[in-house]
Each structure stands twice: as structure tokens, then as C-alpha cells.
Design a protein. Structure first.
Length: 723
């Protein structure tokens, strides 16, 4: 039998072969890779080809040779970097005169980021290896990217591989074909994908859009060949995007046959989330993972938070998977290209964002600041189009005008607000020092000014930026309510409930709460009635309405305990509450929060039980007899609301509620409210920030449930924390 001829091995390194460029062929890495900055990933396939060992001793010698080659390459890389460190270090030392003061053009995380030295660019702490079918692992302390050689080096100290059936039973794992069958038809799938990138991607910008679109195109051509982790990511994208569908959207008829649009959307979202988890389980994500795994998990936690589901344990799993991939190390220390670097920074920032708000709403279970948990820089506040594989990141040019917002701006600004929310919760649990209260209020005002400047040109911005401006403005004023609500009760307003605070502080806090509550209700009306925001009704159905309900409840408490409010202002506040209740009635079929909040507000707008037979509620501006009469609640003209607010949010034309009729003398005894509302004001701050599912408040003692709305009266059935 003729011996088989040896297969000819390529002369070029694998980097140059894949990119189809000329390779210089030097060892241990070619000059082409050195010039392009990819020396760490330069290796030759023929290095890995060894002749069959004739004995055990030959096999040992071959392994030793591979380890020696690895150590030799490692030493050469370190020598090159040590030669560069002094110049890099000296060039990155900022003198006091070189440091620029913070401005509207600075990154919203600049104060946090300033603690990390720029020297990290020249300090390599490890490498990210790719092995198998695109899986990754982070190996600290090794600069080589020769996966085979590193595996040889660390194999003796590694634990034996887990069986593929642990902890999941092989029989329960679905096949790839079965998972693909759970996808909607390609036409509906593409429309849902496009809806995600129109509405949700700018809001929680974890993905690099061009990269995903390119990978998605490959998936459409060869669905059987894509990694299961990417298929999981596709399912998560679908599960999030269905929330933006209208009740009469034609896609709903094609995707499901549930009795009501609300049930259909919840069913589809749950179905796609479950499919995403099955994809990850089939991929054995606990033992092998890549960046798609982390992206899918981070977005999955975000999707679960939309449905008020528990995600604390999944957060911990995702955190440790991210660490195993080296996401807790800044990519500048791993010699990665700009796109992969920003993808990793975004995943880590999104994970920390979710961790911060979850930890806050659970009562600060495990406090962890981003500066203490890792040395990862913040994602660049630039759009995807400004990131290239071969160029530097190009931030917005400094100038006299504030930079316009990018798709990354919202998540960066929101993280600062979540950090501020955590501090407000700590303040509420502490001694409530008045000086600390004023400092927190000043920080809220400073953030508000930054937001107004970034979103100032509202008429020229894309619709998603305008929606972001509203949502951020909502959260700013909501934080004010949370901060000042303990000071709402003046002396003697309710027997046994007086608070020992200076009357001046009580007056200031009440004024801030009134203004914040009215702004929240007016923003809620905008988001409900302006057809431009129709894709964002998912926010109104959930957290937006929860915030509006607490704003209306705060106004009701203020009306019951402040005798200095003029009759004109009373009419305005009552009118705003009534209009909010009408909006809740209209959205009750789609939103559990709205259905339950409408029932509460309807009860709060009834006369006091002690005077039920003697008094009727005061006349309300724009009061209607039917909750479904939308013509008097908000009028449409050319797709926009035609009502104007007296004090619009900066940069936007908002509808409003302005009372211009004669002052009416009212019997203030009607405004007495049940003591349960004062209990609501005294709940822990984290319950206010945690969404409807976190609100531990019993309504059964005083809420009258109408027969047609019979059902549970706890707010916990509604959606939870949403972005």
C-alpha cells in the first residue's frame, strides 16, 4: 500500500490567510500582524502539525517543545511592551492644568471614569482565547493567543470536562431543528427585529447594530450553521420587541390566536424568552460561552424585568460568566479591536446597570460600585457608525454647544440616575440629615440641567431621542418625589402623624413634590396621547403609569393636608388627577397597573366617607361622564396633541392642564383622605423605585371594588422595573 503523501501546510500565518493579505512569514509573528496590532493572535498552522509520536517519550518532548515556544513568544512580547511603557506612562500623566473641568460635553460617567488611569492601555493582563465552535475564555497573565499552546500549558491543572448532560439531561435538551421551528415566519421575524432596533436598541444599547445585522443576514442564509448562543440572542430580541406592538397591530393576528391582545403579547414574550433559555441550555452555556451568550443573558434579564419576573439569581450567573470571558477587564488590556472592545464595555455597563437597580429595589442586598468591581472603562458616548475596526473612536467635537445625544447617551445618563437612586434609599434609611437632603436635591437639579441641554433641540431629534428625554425627565421628578415624600405631613395634619422637621423644610419639600407630581402627570399625558409615542406605550402601560399613580397619590395627600393651596391650584391638581384616572380607565384592558390604579383613584376622587351624603366632589376642569370619551381627554391634530402646557419640558411642546376659570370656594373638609395614603408615603424608598411588584401595600381595608372590575387589588400583578 502506497504511503499517503503529507498534506501541504500553508506558509502564511492564520491572520493573513483569513484576511487574504500578504504575510511576511517571520517568526514568532509576522511583521504584517505587528504593523496591524494583531501580533498576539499571529500563529502558523504548520506549528501545530506534529509527526505522529513513536513513543510516550516523543509525545512528552513534543509537548515540552510547544511550551518552550509559548514561553519564548511570551518573553518577546513582554520585552516589546516594557520598551513602550516609559513613554506611554509619561505621556498619560495629567497635570492639574491639563485636566479639563466637567461640562455639558463631558461623558456622564466622567467622574467615575477619572479614577482609572490611562496607563491601562499599555498593561496587558491576559488574553481572550477562542476555541471550539467560537467559544471564548479569558486566561489571566498570559499574552499569547495560541489557544492550542495555552491549553497544553494549563491542561494539567484544569478539572476534567463536565459531562454534556450535567446539569441538564440530554433527553430534555431540544435539537437545533426543534429550536428553529419555534421561530416565527421570516417575514414576521424580520419586522419584529426591525422594531427592536427602532425602539429598544437605542434605549438599552448593548448590541453593535451593524455587527448584529451582518450576523443576522448570515443566519437567514444558513440558520443551521449559526451558534446556538446567537439563536438565543435572536429569540431574546423577539421577546422584547413584541411589547411595542399595538393592540390592533396586524402582526398580532399572524403570530398568535389568544383571546385579547394583552394576553397574546404576554404569551409571545414568554414563549420567546423560554426558547432563548432552551437555546442557551442546549449550548451548555454554564461551561462554554462567548460574547453572544453574555449579550443574550443581559438582554434576557432586561426582558424579564419588563415582566416583573425574578432575575437576581440569573444576574449572578451572568456576572460570573462575564468574568470568565474577561468582561471585567478593560479591553484595552486585552489587545482587542475597537468593535469587540465596545461590545464588551456595553455588556459590562448594561450588567452593572441592571445590578444597581435590582440591588437597590431589594434593599441593598449586596452593594457594589462599578469602580470597585472592575477597571472597565465606560462605553464611548458615540453612535455605532463612528466605530471602525481600524480606526480610533471619534467622539463629538468639543465646542460651545452641548453635544447631541447618541444611542449610548440614555444608558449612560440612566446609570447616574440609578446610582443617585441608590444614595437616596440609603439617605431614607439613615438619619435624614437636612444638609444631606439639600445636597441630593442639588445633584438631582444638576442632572436635570444636563438632560435639558443634551435634549434641548427636541424638534430636530429622532423620535426615540424625544421619548428618551421624556423617560429621563420622568425619572428625575420621580426621584424628587421619593426624596421629599417623608416631609409631606405638616404639624398636626393627622393626629399622631406629625413629623419633627422645620416648617421651612416642610414647605420646600411640599412645593417640590407638587411641581414634580404635576410634571409627571403632564409627561404621562404626552406619552399617552401623542401618536408619535405609540411604539412606547409599553412604558406607559407599566412603569410610566406606576410613576403617574404615585404622583397622583402624592397630590391627593397634599390636597388633604395643606390649607394654603388656593382654590385655583386645587382645581388644577384635582383636574390632573381626574384626567390621569381617565387615562388609566382607558388603558385598563392592556395594563394591570392601570386597571388597579384606576380603581384606587376613582375611590380617592369620591367624597369623604364621613360626609358622603352631604358633599359631592368639586367640579373638575375637563371632567367627562365616560372614561372612554377620549375626545375631551386629549385631542389629536395632525398626529400631535393640541393642548399646551403652561411650563413645557425644555425642548419639547407638551400638552398640559391649565385652569383659567374663576376661583371657586371649596369646603376643604372634602379633601380628607384615608390614612392608608399616609402609609403609602411612608413606605421604604426602594419599594417606590422597584415598580408595582415591589410595592407592599394592602388595599383591601378601604378600596371599593366594582363588580365589573372584581379581582385582586394588590398592585403586585403589574410589570416591574423597566427602562
Amino acid at each position: 500500500m502506497m504511503p499517503q503523501p503529507l498534506k501541504r501546510q500553508p506558509l502564511s500565518c492564520e491572520n493573513c490567510r483569513k484576511r487574504k493579505i500578504k504575510c511576511s512569514g517571520e517568526r514568532p509573528f509576522c511583521q504584517t500582524c505587528v504593523r496591524r496590532g494583531f501580533s498576539q493572535t499571529c500563529f502558523y498552522l504548520r506549528q501545530a502539525i506534529q509527526t505522529p509520536p513513536s513513543s510516550n517519550s516523543d509525545e512528552v518532548l513534543q509537548k515540552l517543545n510547544r511550551i518552550e515556544n509559548l514561553l519564548e513568544r511570551q518573553g518577546q512580547l513582554l520585552e516589546q511592551r516594557y520598551d513602550l511603557v516609559p513613554n506611554s506612562y509619561s505621556s498619560n500623566q495629567d497635570t492639574p492644568s491639563q485636566r479639563q473641568p466637567s461640562s455639558l460635553n463631558s461623558s456622564p460617567w466622567e467622574e467615575i471614569e477619572a479614577s482609572h488611569s490611562e496607563v491601562a492601555d499599555t498593561k496587558f493582563v491576559g488574553t481572550v482565547l477562542m476555541y471550539g465552535n467560537g467559544y471564548e475564555r479569558f486566561v489571566p497573565g498570559i499574552a499569547s493567543a495560541d489557544a492550542d499552546a495555552v491549553n497544553e500549558l494549563i491542561q494539567s491543572t484544569s478539572a476534567p470536562p463536565m459531562a454534556t448532560s450535567f446539569p441538564f439531561n440530554d433527553e430534555s435538551l431540544p435539537s437545533r431543528h426543534a429550536l428553529l421551528d419555534e421561530l416565527p415566519p421570516s417575514c414576521q421575524r424580520d419586522r419584529l427585529k426591525d422594531l427592536f432596533f427602532e425602539v429598544f436598541s437605542p434605549l438599552f444599547h448593548i448590541l453593535h447594530d451593524p455587527t448584529f445585522h451582518r450576523e443576522y443576514a448570515n443566519f437567514c442564509q444558513c440558520p443551521e450553521e449559526v451558534p446556538l448562543s446567537f439563536l438565543a440572542l435572536v429569540f431574546v430580541v423577539l421577546s422584547i420587541s413584541v411589547n411595542a406592538l399595538d393592540s390592533d397591530h396586524p402582526l398580532l393576528e399572524d403570530l398568535g390566536d389568544a383571546a385579547s391582545p394583552s394576553v397574546k403579547i404576554k404569551t409571545l414574550a414568554t414563549q420567546y424568552r423560554s426558547a432563548a433559555m432552551r437555546c442557551l441550555s442546549a449550548d451548555q452555556f454554564l461551561w462554554r460561552h462567548n460574547l453572544h451568550t453574555v449579550q443574550a443573558l443581559v438582554l434576557l434579564i432586561y426582558a424579564i424585568s419588563h415582566a416583573h419576573g425574578p432575575s437576581w439569581a440569573l444576574l449572578g450567573t451572568t456576572f460570573h460568566i462575564s468574568v470568565s470571558l474577561g468582561c471585567h477587564i478593560d479591553p484595552s488590556q486585552l489587545n482587542l479591536d475597537p468593535v469587540r472592545s465596545e461590545q464588551r464595555r456595553r455588556c459590562w455597563a448594561g450588567l452593572m446597570l441592571l445590578y444597581t437597580i435590582q440591588n437597590t429595589t431589594l434593599g441593598n442586598l449586596a452593594p457594589m460600585k462599578i469602580t470597585e468591581s472592575a477597571s472597565v472603562r465606560l462605553p464611548a458616548d458615540i453612535d455605532d457608525e463612528d466605530i471602525s475596526l481600524s480606526g480610533d473612536l471619534q467622539p463629538y467635537a468639543e465646542g460651545s454647544d452641548p453635544r447631541p445625544p447618541t444611542k449610548m447617551s440614555y444608558i449612560l445618563l440612566k446609570f447616574k440616575l440609578y446610582s443617585l437612586a441608590s444614595e437616596i434609599c440609603q439617605f431614607a434609611r439613615g438619619s435624614r440629615d437636612i444638609g444631606h437632603l439639600h445636597r441630593l436635591e442639588q445633584r438631582i437639579s444638576a442632572e436635570e440641567q444636563v438632560h435639558e441641554a443634551r435634549f434641548a433641540d427636541g424638534q430636530q431629534l429622532p423620535i426615540y431621542h424625544i421619548a428618551h428625554g421624556y423617560i429621563l425627565n420622568n425619572y428625575i421628578h420621580y426621584l424628587r418625589l421619593v426624596l421629599h415624600r417623608p416631609y409631606l405631613q405638616p404639624y398636626g395634619s393627622v393626629p399622631g402623624r406629625g413629623i419633627p422637621h422645620p416648617s421651612e423644610q416642610v414647605v420646600q419639600s411640599r412645593t417640590r413634590c407638587m411641581n414634580a407630581a404635576m410634571t409627571l402627570l403632564s409627561n404621562h399625558e404626552d406619552l399617552c396621547c401623542d401618536v408619535r409615542f405609540k411604539p412606547y406605550l409599553w412604558f406607559v402601560y407599566s412603569l410610566g403609569s406606576f410613576q403617574a399613580f404615585l404622583a397622583a397619590s402624592t397630590l391627593r395627600v397634599l390636597l388633604a393636608s395643606d390649607d394654603d393651596i388656593t382654590n385655583t391650584n386645587r382645581s388644577q391638581y384635582l383636574g390632573a388627577i381626574r384626567k390621569c384616572q381617565m387615562r388609566f380607565e382607558r388603558m385598563a384592558a392592556r395594563s394591570d397597573v392601570c386597571a388597579k390604579a384606576a380603581r384606587i383613584l376613582r375611590r380617592l376622587l369620591q367624597p369623604s366617607p364621613t360626609r358622603r351624603g352631604d358633599l359631592e366632589p368639586p367640579s373638575l376642569v375637563h371632567q367627562t361622564s365616560s372614561a372612554s370619551d377620549e375626545s375631551e381627554m386629549c385631542s389629536m391634530k395632525d398626529g400631535y396633541t393640541s393642548i399646551n402646557y403652561a411650563t413645557p419640558m425644555a425642548g419639547f411642546t407638551q400638552p398640559g392642564f391649565a385652569y383659567d376659570g374663576p376661583a371657586v370656594k371649596m369646603d376643604t373638609s372634602w379633601f380628607n383622605c384615608p390614612p392608608q395614603l399616609y402609609d403609602l408615603m411612608s413606605l421604604p424608598a426602594e419599594q417606590w423605585l422597584g415598580g408595582a411588584s415591589a410595592l407592599a401595600w394592602d388595599w383591601n381595608n378601604w378600596v371599593e371594588v366594582e363588580p365589573h372590575l372584581n379581582g385582586p387589588v394588590a398592585l403586585g400583578g403589574g410589570p416591574g422595573v423597566m427602562m
